[in-house]
Write a protein that binds this ligand. Sequence first.
Ligand code: COA
Length: 256
Amino acid sequence: MWSKHLAGRDMGLLVTGGAFDPGRPSLLCVHGSGGRGAEFSPLLEALGAAANGAALDLPGHGATPGPGRRSVDDYAAWVMDFLAAGPVRPVLLGHSLGGAIALSVALARPELLSGLVLWGTGARLRVLPAILEGLAQDFGPTVELLVDLAYAPATPPAIKDLGRQAMAATPPPVLWGDYYSCHHFDVMERLGQIALPCLVVCGERDRLTPPKYSQFLASRLPGAQLALVPRAGHMLHQEEPLAAAQVLRGFLGRLA
Ligand code: COA
């Protein structure tokens, strides 16, 4: 079923959960700045057969050719084209920049979705000057700063390495464009327009999109549920995939 959405597009799409079963929920994951769909593997594996899982690579990331985009709206338009091309009306899970994209899709084309999972993100995503200016002027050390901020301090080095590799493999103008897109994103006043079932999840130790942002989302989105994942930082799906999957499984089960 997911393959119908490709419609001849050259793009990276990870599909999990075995044969597509229309009787269970479908979940499409959208990564954040400098990420790729494969980073959701531990989470989707932990979900197992609870969902028809998929995770895409945004333009300019992973196996999807560029160019990257310079606004959340332009990324959201690309995701909406993908969704509209096929029959699956998934729960859209968006992490960080991906969460901003998911909120924008939910505001523009809610009929393409059956639910929303906002995963380490916010309704406004201002970016530290050290990141935006650093990516333009001093790419390598700024990637190190981002890796340091993205993971809780106790995260094993092998997990941090995965994030470092994905970011370092992202062309610098694409990574800068991702953070530029975040910096100009703000739907704080529009959340009340979203009527989709919604789950908001954040790592308790997230320093890039702190729990305050998720608490705001949950307080403004009608009927949203909030879950904080203990010990996890911004990359909760890599840091605590089992605990994160448990929260997600509960939400998907209530939707079914
Ligand atoms: N949800 C709820 N509250 C939010 C929010 C969100 N999405 N975004 C900002 N706010 C709050 C802030 O906490 C702040 O509240 P306060 O006045 O009570 O302290 C207020 O709104 C203004 O914040 P902001 O617009 O972010 O401007 P700022 O000048 O205070 O801070 C940064 C700018 C970059 C320092 C800050 O946004 C930050 O630390 N960001 C996290 C680090 C980062 O770069 N993350 C990358 C995200 S992709």
